[in-house]
Design a protein around this ligand. Sequence first.
Ligand code: HEC
Length: 129
Amino acid sequence: MNKVVAVMRKYLMTFFVAATLAPAMSALAADEKAAEKSAPHGADWVKEKTQVCASCHGKAGVSETPMYPTIAGQYESYLMHALKAYRDGDRNNAIMAGQVQGMTDAQLKALARFYAKQESSLHIPELNP
Ligand code: HEC
């Protein structure tokens, strides 16, 4: 076979594969986004989830033992940052990594918002309403 034709074929094949895969890939990405949005993170989910957190962090995030940090009344942005860091491995703690494994950003945000709003000695009303 002519060398030029062989090269052209190869080129066309690459183009064909890319053209076929691209829409499929973006459909996959869209699916992932949809799953992220649809993963429950409403008040009911928060209520259920925080019962697990309560076993260590205390009812409504006020810890009763020094082993576990009080998270109630902490800044929402700080809590979100911490939770993401546990999930993504930027903070290395086996207990907390397990707690937030597989959670979506929306779910972490819902938890952060919930605890930021709880009363505690950490609460600074003017700065963290
Ligand atoms: C089995 C006990 C346990 C459970 C259950 C648990 N945590 Fe924790 N959590 C810890 C420990 C221990 C730490 C401190 C880890 C460290 O040293 O980084 C921590 C740290 C945190 C921090 C960081 C606090 C700070 O000041 O930096 C946040 C936020 C947090 N947990 C939220 C949660 C949430 C939300 C849940 C429920 C989904 C939860 N935790 C469930 C034990 C637990």
